[in-house]
Design a protein around this ligand. Structure first.
Ligand code: MG
Length: 163
């Protein structure tokens, strides 16, 4: 069986998403709570999120749907996905499969990132408007990975305090 975790990392890179770009988002979400937060700690948390099977499958599914839309192979729903139709909503729902296994801090941060679109998320959305490029699923996937990593940092820090 294919190593889906490795494959999902490779696909993210191929689609222009670097772990370092996601780490900046995580850092910005958590820096106000931890004075000593380092970017390396954010990268570590992202890697833990990416190691989850739920994440790997959501990443692979979302990216394949974006690519399929670019290739015009989604029949009647191609236009909806390619144009990132605002009432479609299934892109957010797919990304929630990552958020759902990382608790309520992940959920609230997901909504925040989806609304404010900082850094790489805004860039993905802008690039997705270009001809032949579709990032309808990818931007939500990145929101989900960043918000889940932020949640991991918050929970791990609480555990460190109480142990
Ligand atoms: Mg989207």
């Amino acid at each position: 069986m294919e190593n889906y975790r490795e494959l999902s990392r490779k696909k993210l890179t191929q689609r222009g998403v670097k772990i370092e770009d996601i780490a900046v988002l995580v850092y910005d979400l958590q820096k106000m709570y931890y004075n000593d937060l380092k970017i390396d700690r954010c990268i570590e948390a992202i890697n833990l999120v990416l190691d989850k099977r739920e994440t790997a499958f959501a990443v692979l599914t979302g990216i394949e749907l974006d690519i399929a839309a670019e290739n015009k192979s989604l029949n009647e729903i191609n236009d909806i996905i390619e144009s990132d139709y605002s009432l479609y909503g299934i892109d957010e729902i797919l990304a929630l499969s990552i958020v759902n296994v990382h608790g309520s801090i992940a959920l609230t941060n997901f909504g925040f990132l989806d609304k404010t679109k900082p850094g790489i998320i805004g860039k993905l959305e802008e690039d997705g408007k270009k001809d032949g490029v579709c990032h309808t699923f990818l931007d939500d996937i990145v929101c989900a990975i960043a918000s889940s990593a932020a949640s991991r940092i918050a929970h791990d820090r609480e555990n460190e305090k109480t142990s």
